[in-house]
Write a protein that binds this ligand. Sequence first.
Ligand code: TMP
Length: 200
Amino acid sequence: MNGKKGFFICIEGIDGCGKTTHARLLVENLRKLGYDAVYTTEPTDGKIGLFIREYLFEGEKRYSSIVEALLFAADRVEHVEGEIKPALKQGKIVVSDRYVYSSLAYQSAAGLDLEWIKALNKWIIPPDLALLIDVPPEEALQRIKRKKSVMETLENQKKVQKAYQKFVEQGELVKIDGTRPVEQVAMEILNIVLEHFGNT
Ligand code: TMP
């Protein structure tokens, strides 16, 4: 890996798949090996991200899927410009808990045109490696104690899973079996990442 250029990884999956755990473990494991790795997340902790959490997930009002897609894309601009690019410039490894594939999967599952969502996110920087933590929707939903939003119903999670699967088939997402013990999954993720460092 060229240390100056940085390396950008995103971890994707349906709600309850364990991606937050694995994004954090990956950062920890990389740091143990001496890499300068940082954890970031979408929605972000910035103003737009907080608005999303407060109004889309917790609020009484239901916003249209178009508004949701616009808000996630706006939050992503803040994420890319304010966090990802500066960290990569410093040669860091960025591990993002969700990224553009979340919009492509969730907002298309909500009925929006995939090409429109892609156009809306056209300016993004592509990740060097995109991973999908794959867990059956039934199992993933059981792991979530409190249902946050309509995004987390079983029917919806199945649609999202299917949308993610298309990107696996296209070779854009690398699928990881997330049903195995946490340590085993974490080791596989670390090995895949290290292999990719060797190839860049
Ligand atoms: P999380 O913080 O638990 O990952 O939850 C984020 C929720 O937001 C999750 O249900 C997926 C959804 N989401 C989208 O629908 N589109 C997006 O672009 C992003 C980043 C998240």
